[in-house]
Design a protein around this ligand. Structure first.
Ligand code: DAH
Length: 342
């Protein structure tokens, strides 16, 4: 037994001296200290020794085990720190190398304008609510006082999904929905996508965005509308603009208005942006028609209101002097890179 212990000791010493890496050491740990290893085997063999020899042999085996454990532990430590050093040496970072270029995404000008317009509405006390893109004929037309033969209902203007169901042609579809959902006072901005079956040209697109503003309360007057629009457009264009109101017709307002602002490029002197007129058309507005209030369950004898609808793409074109709406939807990064909205 004694010889076996000695022989094993030598074997282990040799093996340890040959260990070259952390991986080798781990293997030696398993090989010598494992449950099926030679030290454990000797422990079991103790049973066959005489009772007098057993305690001292047992002690020797235990000592061997402790020595091996300690030696392996030391080696493990040494190897892991030298391997770590090696790894760090190879990983050194050359801070003088040029960095890799990561292009930063940014907001599309239409999204940025939408955010700006909504922020201006919020700052003026309007809350924001959304209506559906897919709408019934009722909310898009009928409830808004469109006669059944109104040209806007024509198949050529409106995308019908099935009879009576369509892609909304304007955000005015939200008006009666909002009235149904809230008793007055109502002061809401409703943004959204709109769709019209139009040719895609420099000035028109079949897909665009609008923001509808609506205010209904007791005693709301046309002068409130004008004053509020002036304030709103000032916030949107970040400059004082003069308003020009032209009488116009929309079935859901009476009176109806088309609102122009003094040209942003020439301040009204006349240039190519305003086609020498000095004015830029920015939105449609008016006093909510009594029939529309009735559609929304509101008594027109008690309440009045105003509303407007503005095209977001048009505001972008005017604010940045872009002359072709298609540029906004081409996805050409050369255009987008010229804007730095975040
Ligand atoms: N819905 C109209 C359009 O798409 C715009 C509009 C005009 C909205 C007058 C209004 C309004 O709220 O009062 O052309």
């Amino acid at each position: 037994m004694k010889e076996r212990i000695e022989a094993l000791k030598h074997e282990i010493e040799r093996a340890l001296s040959e260990g070259r890496s952390l991986k080798d050491i781990k293997e030696l740990q398993v090989r010598f200290l494992g449950r099926k290893g030679p030290i454990q085997e000797l422990m079991l063999a103790l049973r066959e020794t005489s009772a007098e020899e057993r305690p001292s042999l047992g002690q020797q085996i235990n000592r061997l085990k402790e020595e091996v454990t300690e030696a392996l532990h030391k080696l493990e430590k040494n190897f892991s720190s030298s391997e770590e050093e090696e790894r760090l040496r190879q990983e050194t970072l050359d801070v003088t190398l040029p960095g890799s270029y990561r292009p930063l995404g940014r907001k599309h000008p239409v999204s940025a304008m939408l955010d700006l317009v909504l922020e201006a509405h919020r700052d003026m006390g309007f809350s924001v609510q959304y209506g559906p893109d897919i709408e019934s004929d009722f909310y898009n037309f009928e409830a808004l006082n469109f006669a059944p033969d109104h040209p806007a209902r024509d198949m050529h203007d409106t995308y019908y999904i099935e009879p009576g169901v369509l892609l909304r042609t304007h955000t005015s579809n939200t008006q009666v929905r909002l009235m149904e959902g809230h008793p007055p006072p109502i002061r809401i901005a409703a943004p959204g996508r709109c769709f019209r079956n139009e040719d895609i040209t420099a000035r028109s697109h079949l897909f665009f965005h609008q923001v509808e503003g609506i205010y209904i309360d007791r005693g709301v007057s046309m002068s409130d509308l004008v004053q509020t629009l002036e304030d709103l457009l000032h916030r949107i264009f970040s400059t004082q603009v003069k308003l020009r109101l032209r009488s116009s017709y929309f079935p859901f307002v009476e009176p109806g208005l088309e609102v122009d602002i003094s040209c942003l490029a020439c301040s009204g002197k006349g240039c190519t942006l305003c086609k020498k007129s000095g004015w830029l058309e920015v939105l449609g507005a008016g006093m909510v028609h009594p029939e529309v209030l009735k559609s929304g369950g509101i008594d027109p004898e008690e309440y009045t209101g105003y509303a407007w609808g503005m095209g977001i793409e048009r505001l972008v074109l005017l604010k940045y002097g872009i002359d072709d709406i298609r540029l906004l939807f081409d996805g050409d990064v050369r255009l987008l890179r010229q804007f730095s909205f975040v």
